[in-house]
Ligand binder design. Structure first.
Ligand code: ADP
Length: 311
């Protein structure tokens, strides 16, 4: 089973409006509410691939109940640590071709919650073959909390795939408990290695991947949006190119890409197969209006068009 961790899930609310009128009433009828957070998109991506998956993290309050209800409707198994504090809402107002977002920061938790979650997580690790960790931490948690999650997984020799950024990612790279795989996009990688990257120049990508901070990470997949990806898997570099497609909504494609990577490692596929699966999943997500969704009936058609070249 693959265990997915979302430490700060949300109810994502979208309000489509013809026009956003400031300082007046805006009435909206076609409201959509979904269980959100990067790790829950990963969970859906894995579920679409028909692999057993369990979602965990921290939720609370009526918003937390709503998240569970939504996951029930999608037939997704979950086992969250429940706090008394309310999980967050994230609002996207879609108006005049724009997306204006209002994102709650979420609950402020303390070291007691952190310790109780770690205990809960340990019980889940006993049944997990692989762990994915996505997104940011709740307010009040130490910046190196993901190091603690990786350290515990190391005790079970369970690989951890990490999709995070900034200080949270950096803390794991300087720790002795490192992720097995990371999937930064170009901006996230630039920020963490403090180096410019030209994604049209393979030597610039290779230079970035050779940065000392990234030593000892077996799999680094830099996702490059419509340009596909560039990766270092063990000591080999790979350029992955994808076809031009009709993008409807790219939000969550990085998450579904991580789902593809997790499924592939879980199934013991070749590196070539892993990179192709991950790119195909990312592309399929961009073709759907709903974040974190894919239409698997298009899978083979796009998979065949992904090209992997060794460097
Ligand atoms: P993130 O969402 O983490 O920023 P990316 O934008 O790099 O990640 O997208 C992840 C993957 O999704 C890409 O590697 C690619 O396979 C697919 N993808 C994203 N945007 C596009 C696009 N505009 N056209 C085609 N595929 C895309």
């Amino acid at each position: 089973m693959i265990l997915t961790i979302t430490m700060n899930p949300s109810v994502d609310i979208s309000y489509p409006l013809n026009k956003l009128i400031i300082n007046d009433i805006n009435r909206v009828s076609n409201v959509k509410k979904t269980a959100g957070g990067k790790g829950l998109n990963v969970t859906r991506g894995i579920k679409f691939s028909n692999i057993s998956v369990l979602a965990s993290g921290i939720i609370g309050g009526t918003t937390g109940n709503y998240i569970q209800k939504q996951l029930d409707e999608d037939n997704i198994d979950y086992d969250f640590y429940i706090t008394k504090q309310e999980s967050r809402n994230c609002i996207a107002i879609l108006h005049e071709g724009n997306q204006t977002e209002i994102l709650e920061s979420g609950p402020v938790l303390d070291s007691q919650d952190a310790n109780l979650f770690l205990k809960h997580y340990q019980t889940l690790l006993e049944k997990a073959d692989l762990v994915t960790i996505s997104g940011s931490l709740p307010q009040g948690f130490p910046i190196d909390f993901y190091v603690s999650l990786i350290e515990q997984a190391d005790r079970y020799q369970t690989p951890v795939l990490l999709d995070s950024s900034g200080k949270m990612l950096h803390a794991t790279l300087i720790s002795e408990h490192k992720p097995y795989l990371i999937k930064p996009n170009k901006e996230e990688l630039k920020q963490v290695i403090q180096m410019d990257i030209d994604d049209s120049d393979n030597s610039s990508l290779i230079k970035a991947l050779n940065h000392p901070l990234l030593n000892d990470i077996p799999f680094i997949i830099i996702s490059l949006g419509k340009k596909g990806a560039f990766a270092r898997c063990h000591d080999q570099f790979y350029q992955v190119t994808i076809p031009k497609i009709n993008v409807v909504n790219p939000v969550g494609s990085g998450d579904v890409t991580l789902a593809g990577l997790a499924v592939s490692l879980h199934e013991g596929e070749s590196i070539d197969g892993m990179l192709k699966r991950a790119m195909t999943m990312g592309m399929l997500n961009t073709m759907e209006s709903q974040t974190g969704f894919v239409n698997m009936s298009n899978y083979d058609q796009y998979y065949q068009q992904v090209k992997v070249k060794k460097y």
